[in-house]
Design a protein. Structure first.
Length: 140
């Protein structure tokens, strides 16, 4: 069974998926939707993953730098409930502080243009979120 990593924004949903042994996170794609149309994002995600054997989801939780939860964190918590309802799978909220900055830095190091970075940052961030989660399971 595979694990899916998600990076939720107000207009995009970055998706990454693990290999069957849950060791390596691989970028999948980014869903683009109109502002806050999370129902569309869920339906599109369901269509993309319909043939995959999914164990659970790891959804980025955007905490403030002091660890508190703000408005965007509540959006992720609400999205988690939508995921559970649609997929009937566990959803793990994972601290995503600085993942978008890490993704941006990695792409700058790879000499990607600003335009290419903008289209790839979400699924790269989802991959970082998922890989971080997978790595943490190895240490347990």
């Amino acid at each position: 069974m595979k694990i899916v990593g998600l990076d939720l924004g107000s207009k995009t949903l970055g998706i990454a998926i693990s290999d069957p042994s849950n060791i390596i996170a691989n970028k999948l794609e980014t869903i683009t939707f109109t502002n806050n149309d999370f129902e569309y994002a869920i339906e599109r995600l369901f269509a993309i993953l319909k043939d995959e054997d999914i164990e659970c989801f790891v959804l980025g939780l955007p905490k403030n730098m002091d660890g508190s939860l703000g408005f965007q964190a509540q959006v992720s918590i609400d999205f988690k409930e939508m995921l559970i309802k649609k997929f009937e799978k566990d959803v793990i909220l994972w601290d995503e502080r600085l993942t978008s900055k890490m993704a941006e830095s990695m792409m700058i190091s790879a000499n990607l243009t600003r335009k290419k970075r903008k289209t790839k940052v979400d699924f790269v961030a989802a991959t970082i979120i998922l890989q971080s989660y997978l790595d943490s399971r190895k240490r347990v």
